[in-house]
Design a protein around this ligand. Structure first.
Ligand code: ZN
Length: 292
C-alpha cells in the first residue's frame, strides 16, 4: 500500500522494488536535448549532417532526427553525430489521423530492419498518393510547380517553399492558408495510419512512442481521451516541451503525463528555416527510457 495518496505521480523509472513512487530521486539528467528535428529526408531544408552540425553548434548533448514517415536520413545523422560527439537518438514522426491530424514520435526505431522499412514503405505510399492529388489540384488552379509530386519524402512544406519561390505565394504561411492547409483549395486528405496503429508499429519494433506537440489536440478534452486510449497500446511519452507551449500549457501537460505515467519528451520541430533557440533539459527518467 502506498504511504500517501499522491498516486498521480509515478514515472516508471521512479518505481523501485514495489515500495511505491519516490518523488525527486531522479533529478534532471543535465543533458541538453532536442528530440524533434527534420531534415531533407522529409520536409526540412538541411541535410541530416547539417542538422547534426547545427545541434552541435547549439551545444546540444542529445539530438533526435524525426523525419515525417521516413528513417532515410538516420544513417547519415548517426555517422555525423558520432564524429561530433553528439548523442544521437534515431527517430521518426508518423503522421496519423483520427478526427484531426495527430503526429506520433517514435524513438530508437530499428532504422535498418527490413521488416520495419517495409512497414514504412506502406505508410510512404499513402503520403505519395496524397501528394499527387495535391499536385493535380494545384495544376487545375493554374499553379505549376517545378517539383516531382511523387517524390519520396516530399511534404507540404516543400510545396509551400516552391510556391513562394515561384511567386504564387508571398510566404509559406500564405501558401498554407490559401492552398495547402486544411482549409486551403488544394488540400487533400491522405489515407493515414491511425494513432493506435502508429503506436503499435513503434512498440512492435521496440521503440519509444510519444505524442508530438500535444497542445494542438488539447481541444475539448480530446487529448485526455487520446492519451488514455494510446496508453493501452504502450504509449511511453508526451512532448511536454515544445517552443510554442506557454507555462500554463506545460503545467497542464505535465499533470496529464503524470496522470497516465508518461515520460516527458521535448523538441523544437526544427525544419532548418528557423532558429527557435529552444533546448530543454532531459529528465533522468526519459534519459534512461531512451537508453542514452
Ligand atoms: Zn515535426
Amino acid at each position: 500500500m502506498r504511504p500517501d495518496k499522491r498516486g498521480t505521480h509515478s514515472f516508471k523509472a521512479d518505481m523501485h522494488h514495489g515500495e511505491g513512487p519516490r518523488r525527486n530521486i531522479l533529478p534532471n539528467s543535465g543533458l541538453k536535448a532536442d528530440l524533434h528535428t527534420h531534415t531533407t529526408a522529409s520536409d526540412g531544408s538541411m541535410s541530416p549532417s547539417k542538422v547534426v552540425e547545427w545541434g552541435a553548434k547549439a551545444k546540444l548533448d542529445v539530438l533526435a532526427i524525426t523525419d515525417h514517415d521516413t528513417v532515410s536520413g538516420l544513417s547519415e545523422g548517426v555517422k555525423r553525430a558520432n564524429e561530433l560527439g553528439v548523442k544521437f537518438v534515431p527517430g521518426i514522426e508518423l503522421s496519423t489521423f483520427a478526427i484531426c491530424e495527430i503526429h506520433i514520435l517514435g524513438y530508437n526505431v530499428p532504422y535498418e530492419d527490413k521488416d520495419f522499412l517495409a512497414a514504412l514503405e506502406d505508410v510512404q505510399g499513402m503520403r505519395i498518393e496524397r501528394n499527387i492529388h495535391i499536385g493535380e489540384k494545384l495544376k487545375q488552379n493554374g499553379i505549376n510547380l517545378d517539383i516531382d509530386f511523387s517524390a519520396r519524402g516530399l511534404g507540404r512544406m516543400n510545396m509551400a517553399r516552391a510556391m513562394v519561390s515561384a511567386h504564387y505565394a508571398r510566404d509559406v504561411q500564405e501558401a498554407f492558408d490559401k492552398w495547402l492547409g486544411t482549409s486551403g483549395k488544394a488540400y487533400c486528405e491522405a489515407k493515414r495510419l491511425s494513432p493506435i496503429e502508429a503506436v503499435k508499429l513503434i512498440k512492435q519494433y521496440g521503440g519509444f512512442a510519444s505524442i508530438a506537440h500535444p497542445k494542438k489536440y488539447l481541444l475539448d478534452g480530446r487529448l485526455d481521451m487520446l492519451v488514455e486510449g494510446l496508453k493501452r497500446f504502450g504509449l511511453d511519452g508526451l512532448e511536454v516541451n515544445y517552443p510554442s507551449h506557454s507555462d500554463k500549457d506545460r503545467a497542464e501537460l505535465v499533470s496529464l503525463a503524470r496522470k497516465y505515467r508518461l515520460l516527458e519528451t521535448g523538441g523544437s520541430d526544427f525544419h532548418g528555416d528557423e532558429d527557435k533557440d529552444f533546448i530543454f533539459t532531459l529528465s533522468e527518467s526519459t534519459r534512461r527510457a531512451l537508453h542514452i
